[in-house]
Design a protein around this ligand. Structure first.
Ligand SMILES: C[S@@+](CC[C@H](N)C(=O)[O-])C[C@H]1O[C@@H](n2cnc3c(N)ncnc32)[C@H](O)[C@@H]1O
Length: 223
């Protein structure tokens, strides 16, 4: 997607909504995240000196990608994993807008499942847009373990959830199996949080309001 003939930005919303309807479980939201959530999700990057190695999981139309690339400097690296190929032109566009290559930033888009990422890669940061609350609990556990194995000790994982989303869904759904899934996902996420030093940042100015969670990988965690 060259910049001269690039479609207007609002088309990212249209595409996202179409994918939400087609692939509800993997897309997990009706619209891309807003800029305030992107700022919160990428805030930890500013705290580390370069060169920095960053992994982005579930990039969609690249709202977080853009915020990450703005912060990166020559010598930094970004690996992006996005499973849905329809989003790839938008991710290429973010790369071009940021002039990543010209600025000496190695930015690679991996059009595949995050589970194909090599473990033990030792990233300094992981920024995840994966819709964990939509996944089966075993997949949530698998993704969280993968994050731990991909981070260097002391590295930071940032992921987000919509505020009170599980509680809300739980109140609305009647299917006992779906309620049990939501409870099991909550248990997996809470256990993971309890094992890590973490802090949360509420972002009211997002549709829907969200909370960004930032976790530090334990220095003694096993590879
Ligand atoms: C809630 S959207 C977030 C998109 C973007 N980060 C944002 O905040 O606007 C979740 C994204 O994760 C992607 N995704 C879901 N499962 C994935 C997987 N196993 N590996 C890589 N990407 C995945 C979806 O295709 C979708 O683009």
């Amino acid at each position: 997607m060259g910049e001269a003939n690039a479609p207007p930005e609002w088309q990212a919303y249209r595409l996202f909504y179409a994918q939400f309807r087609r692939h509800f479980q993997a897309t997990g939201a009706i619209a891309p995240s807003g800029p305030a959530l992107a700022r919160a999700m990428t805030a930890p990057l500013a705290q580390a000196p370069g060169p920095r190695r960053v992994l982005e999981a579930g990039a969609g139309t690249g709202v977080f990608t853009r915020a990450i690339l703005r912060q990166l400097e020559p010598g930094d690296e970004l690996d992006i994993y996005e499973i849905n190929p329809v989003f790839l032109p938008w991710l290429e566009r973010r790369k071009q807008e940021a002039r990543a290559e010209a600025r000496g930033i190695r930015c690679t888009i991996h059009p595949c499942d995050l589970r194909l990422a090599p473990p033990g890669a030792g990233y300094d940061f992981i920024v995840s847009g994966l819709p964990l609350n939509n996944f089966p609990p075993a997949l949530v556990a698998e993704m969280l373990e993968l994050f731990d194995r991909c981070l260097r000790p002391g590295g930071v994982l940032s992921y987000f959830e919509y505020l009170y989303i599980r509680e809300l869904k739980r109140a609305l759904v009647r299917d006992p199996a779906e309620r049990a899934r939501l409870d099991a996902v909550a248990t997996v996420l809470q256990a993971f949080l309890a094992r890590h030093r973490h802090h949360s940042q509420t972002v009211a100015c997002n549709l829907p309001p969200a909370v960004a969670r930032h976790l530090t990988r334990n220095a003694v965690a096993a590879d």
